[in-house]
Each structure stands twice: as structure tokens, then as C-alpha cells.
Write a protein that binds this ligand. Structure first.
Ligand SMILES: *[C@@H]1O[C@H](CO)[C@@H](O)[C@H](O)[C@H]1NC(C)=O
Ligand SMILES: *[C@@H]1O[C@H](CO)[C@@H](O)[C@H](O)[C@H]1NC(C)=O
Ligand SMILES: *[C@@H]1O[C@H](CO)[C@@H](O)[C@H](O)[C@H]1NC(C)=O
Ligand SMILES: *[C@@H]1O[C@H](CO)[C@@H](O)[C@H](O)[C@H]1NC(C)=O
Ligand SMILES: *[C@@H]1O[C@H](CO)[C@@H](O)[C@H](O)[C@H]1NC(C)=O
Length: 489
């Protein structure tokens, strides 16, 4: 047996064939889990169609239109006067399965509602330009996106069956900002909204994100788990100081070639390979999932044997890479993630021109403090390199200030908005999570829950508190809706 293992390690290279690009954590809006049979059976209830609307809602001299894609499901619709439920699409491609399961689906069922899912301009199939130059991207902003929704509601209500219908909007993540801000700006078009995990404060330097990632592992896995992660990251930084350490690092992390240890941007991509993987685990966490990661860090086989190897193994498994793949940490190839005409580029543009949200290394004693290359200079250099030289730190700071100026930051002043957060969601630090927004806009912050948990359907791993908050949201939404005449008389 021993001889066999030795032969294996002598004759087969242990890794390094297919280079994989390193990617930043993006919001994962995959449809509710556990409903595959429902999807297969009911897919035909969802229809896809398009609505033409102005490219520039604020310039009457610009006659250009574009077509916004949307989906609808009328299986529950009670007819004249019954409500419309709109799920607002954010920085992703819309998926019909969100109209077949999840908490908004339950709301539509309970209130005989008509369900719609709108796609955000510049994302998915809702395209206007074939090339996302900075020039072409100037119609991509929150003001236009909210006006799209206003135009959409006004148009759809021209159908006689919707003339008396009230509108409820549901959105998660950036789309939670959208629905909350929509209620503020267009209160005459919507009776209430559900905002799931909205980071409503635009903030360029956002070390609190990784602070919550640290806290999440501490809460779910305890000090021992944090200790393993800290050893692994600290050993990695120490290994960078010597030639032999560097070779061990490149092996442990399965890098395709040595990073340029003199280039802060290459090292930022390498640091991101670590931090963005932990971020993804936390952003998508369900009760028990982080503990499963921690258990793998504690044993000596699942991820690797030395603390540094464990981090490398955790990254490979979490990012679902095969053992013959390797990571390319060059900054130049990393920039290619944002050079194609796709959702990643559109969203990065919105971070440069509206929100920042850059997940920099904290300085508060977390396991991620030593990943100091993850700083504002790195994140805003991407803005400059892939969009426009003018997009430097000062530019992005001003852009975020503008968003806070027009929407009120953490004091949004809005009625009838249910504001939901998960306590271990790294985005909650940019939301209102400690207090209600107003008398009619309650906040529910749920322990052990993460990003947009309430949008899902019921899962076996959900805590009682998670389920209770979903129910409370449904009851409140029902209370906002006036009964159609046919039911009151
Ligand atoms: C855009 O749509 C409006 C309303 O339907 C229409 O009046 C206008 O002619 C359209 N513009 C162009 C350039 O087709
Ligand atoms: C998009 O425009 C840029 C700048 O004009 C150009 O360099 C690039 O090749 C274009 N990309 C595509 C896919 O046409
Ligand atoms: C734990 O390790 C095992 C064995 O490598 C792996 O199959 C499993 O996916 C890991 N679980 C997590 C949550 O990483
Ligand atoms: C966009 O394209 C880049 C380059 O091909 C790729 O790395 C990235 O994953 C793509 N993003 C999405 C959301 O498809
Ligand atoms: C919210 O509702 C309260 C009570 O009805 C009202 O006094 C207040 O003006 C409303 N605020 C906004 C922003 O609509």
C-alpha cells in the first residue's frame, strides 16, 4: 500500500493542468432549492414576454426605446381587482423558477395574485448595446432602473383586468434597495414592498463585510474553527517571506505559476482567492453549512494536512474545481472577468459609479486582517482599468455620496416596507438591522440566517425563527391589501 502511494506521487503531478480564473463573490440568485419536481411539472405556467420603454426616462428629447424582458405566472390570479406581485430583478439573469416557489409565490397564492418577474436593464437578456463601453453604460443606473419599474406598472395597469389591482414588490440584495427606494420615490404605484437583505448605505470602503464573515464562522463553528482558519492564513503570509515557503504556498494553493510577489495587484488577486471563498460560504450559508466546513478544517484529511494546505483544499472543494485544475492569480487575466459584455461587467460598473461596496481587509483583529492587499487602491484600479481612467477613488467616493444623498442612506424614511436581514449575512452591515425603519416598516433580523434567506421556500435546515419571519412577512403583506369588491360585498 505504501509503495503504491509513493508511486502515485512520483509519477502523477498532483495538480496543475487547467488554469481557472479567480472570481470575486457575486450574489447567487439561484432559484429556491428542493422544488425540482414542482419546476418540472409547472414550468408551463410561466410565460416570457417583453415591454418596450424609453432608454432615457429623463430626457424627452431622446426617442430611443429598448425592450425589457419579464416573466409572469397567472395560475393564482383571481381576476379584476386582485393584486400584482412583482419580483424585481437585480444584477442577474431572471429565472422562471422564482415564479414557481419561494415566499413571494406563497404570498401570491394566499392573495390570488398575479406574479411578475422583471429583468433589470443591461442584465440577462435585457440588452440595449452590444458593447458595454463606459459611454454605452451611462444609462445603467438606479434612477433609470426605478423608472423602468414605474413605466412597467403604469403600462401593465392599462389592461382593464389590472386597473384596480394593487402592487406589492419583493426584492433581494441590490433589488431590495430597489424596491425600498421605489416605495419612497413612487408611493402612488405600490402599496408595500418586501426588502430582503438590502445594503442600502452606499459605502466605498467596506471592511465590515469580512468582519461579518469572521463573526459568522465564530458563531457557527466556535473559537476552534477560527483558530484553524487563522493558522492557515497566517502561515500563508509567513510562507511568502522565503523561497522554500513560496514553493510550498504555490503547491498548497495549486497555483498555475508563482504570483509576482512584487506586484500588489497580483497579491490582491491571491488574497481574494482566499477571502472571496470564505465570503461565498457565508453569503450562501444555511444553518449547519458553516459547521460542516469547520468540521473539515478540524480533521486532517478532508481539506489537507498542514494548516496552509487546508485552506488550499477548502478553496478547491468550495469552488468545485477538479484536482487537475490550478489557479491563475495574474491581475491582467483577472481583469478579463470584467471585460466581456455580461452581468459581471455591468455590476462592476454600478459599484464604480454608485455603490462601492468594496470588501477590503479589516483592521479589527479578524482572520482576514493580514490580507492587506485587498484595499481601495486595488478595487478602484479595476474601475480605472476596465472602464475609464477618471474612475479613481475620489470619483467613486463622490458617486456613493450621491446615492446616499438621494435615498437617505441608513435613514430611508419609507412606509410599508418589510426590512429583513440575516444576522450572519455580510451585507447586513450596510442595512438597517437593529431597529425598525418606521412604524409601518418593521425590521426582522434573524440569527443564523444569511443573504436573502426569506425569499426561499421552506427548507429542512431552516430554523423556527426563519420560518416565523417568512410567515410574518406574508401576514403583513396581506394586511396591506384591500379586499377586492367581490369579496367585501
Ligand atoms: C418609443 O416608444 C414610443 C411609445 O410607444 C413611441 O411613440 C416612439 O415612436 C418610440 N420611439 C422610437 C424611436 O421608435
Ligand atoms: C468594445 O469597444 C471597445 C472600445 O471601443 C473595443 O476595444 C472592444 O474591442 C469592443 N468589444 C467588442 C466585443 O466589440
Ligand atoms: C468536507 O470534505 C469532504 C472530503 O473532502 C468533501 O467531500 C466535502 O464536500 C467537504 N464539505 C465541505 C462543506 O466542504
Ligand atoms: C463574464 O465574462 C467573463 C469573461 O469571460 C467571465 O470570467 C465572467 O465569469 C462572466 N460573468 C458572468 C456573470 O457570466
Ligand atoms: C408614513 O405613514 C405615516 C402614518 O400614516 C404618515 O404620517 C407619514 O407621512 C408617512 N410617511 C411617508 C414618507 O409616506
Amino acid at each position: 500500500m505504501i509503495v503504491f502511494l509513493l508511486l502515485l506521487s512520483l509519477f502523477s503531478p498532483s495538480w496543475a493542468k487547467e488554469p481557472s480564473p479567480v472570481k470575486m463573490t457575486e450574489v447567487d440568485m439561484s432559484p429556491p432549492e428542493g422544488f425540482d419536481d414542482v419546476y418540472a411539472k409547472n414550468a408551463r405556467n410561466v410565460f416570457v414576454t417583453w415591454m418596450s420603454m424609453p432608454l432615457d426616462h429623463f430626457d424627452p428629447q431622446n426617442p430611443t426605446n429598448f425592450s425589457m424582458r419579464y416573466m409572469f405566472n397567472e395560475e393564482f390570479f383571481g381576476g379584476n381587482g386582485y393584486p400584482i406581485f412583482i419580483m424585481a430583478g437585480g444584477e442577474w439573469t431572471i429565472d422562471h423558477r422564482w415564479l414557481l416557489a419561494g415566499n413571494m409565490y406563497e404570498m401570491a397564492r394566499e392573495n390570488k395574485g398575479f406574479q411578475v418577474y422583471t429583468e433589470h436593464r443591461y442584465y440577462g437578456a435585457t440588452q440595449i448595446f452590444s458593447n458595454f463601453t463606459a459611454e454605452n453604460l451611462r444609462f445603467l443606473n438606479i434612477d433609470q432602473a426605478l423608472a423602468d419599474l414605474a413605466y412597467f406598472i403604469t403600462e401593465i395597469k392599462k389592461q382593464p383586468r389590472f386597473a384596480e389591482s394593487e402592487v406589492i414588490m419583493y426584492g433581494g440584495s441590490y433589488a431590495a434597495n430597489m424596491v425600498m427606494w421605489f416605495k419612497k420615490r413612487y408611493p402612488h404605484l405600490v402599496v408595500g414592498t418586501v426588502a430582503s437583505s438590502g445594503p442600502i448605505l452606499a459605502k466605498v470602503d467596506y471592511p465590515e463585510y469580512l468582519e461579518v464573515v469572521h463573526e459568522a464562522f465564530l458563531l457557527e463553528g466556535g473559537e476552534e474553527c477560527i483558530g484553524h482558519i487563522k493558522r492557515g492564513i497566517d502561515d500563508t503570509i509567513a510562507a511568502m517571506q522565503t523561497e522554500s515557503g513560496r514553493r510550498q504556498l504555490e503547491q498548497a494553493y495549486r497555483l498555475c505559476e508563482p504570483p509576482n510577489y512584487d506586484d500588489d495587484y497580483d497579491l490582491a488577486v491571491f488574497a481574494g482567492l482566499i477571502s472571496w471563498t470564505f465570503s461565498t460560504s457565508v453569503q450562501q450559508a444555511r444553518p449547519g453549512s458553516l459547521l460542516a466546513v469547520c468540521n473539515n478544517f478540524t480533521d486532517h484529511t478532508s481539506y489537507g494536512s498542514t494548516p496552509m494546505e487546508k485552506i488550499g483544499g477548502y478553496i478547491m472543494i468550495t469552488r468545485q474545481r477538479e484536482s487537475d485544475q490550478c489557479w491563475s492569480t495574474s491581475y491582467e487575466s483577472f481583469l478579463n472577468n470584467y471585460r466581456a459584455t455580461n452581468n459581471s461587467r455591468a455590476w462592476y460598473y454600478q459599484t464604480c459609479t454608485e455603490y462601492g461596496y468594496y470588501q477590503t481587509a479589516p483592521t479589527s483583529g479578524t482572520v482576514f486582517d493580514s490580507l492587506k492587499w485587498l484595499n481601495l487602491d486595488f478595487y478602484t484600479d479595476i474601475c480605472k482599468r476596465v472602464f475609464d481612467e477618471r474612475f479613481d477613488v475620489a470619483y467613486v467616493e463622490n458617486a456613493a455620496k450621491r446615492v446616499n444623498l438621494i435615498f437617505g442612506g441608513l435613514e430611508p424614511v419609507v412606509n410599508n416596507t418589510i426590512n429583513i436581514h440575516g444576522y450572519i449575512d455580510p451585507w447586513r452591515a450596510l442595512g438597517v438591522y437593529k431597529n425598525d425603519i418606521s412604524e409601518t416598516s418593521p425590521t426582522y433580523t434573524v440569527n443564523r440566517a444569511s443573504h436573502c434567506f426569506d425569499m426561499q421556500g421552506w427548507l429542512r435546515t431552516d430554523t423556527i425563527e426563519m420560518t416565523a419571519v417568512q410567515q410574518r412577512a406574508r401576514r403583513l403583506v396581506t394586511s396591506w391589501l384591500s379586499k377586492p369588491e367581490s369579496e367585501t360585498s
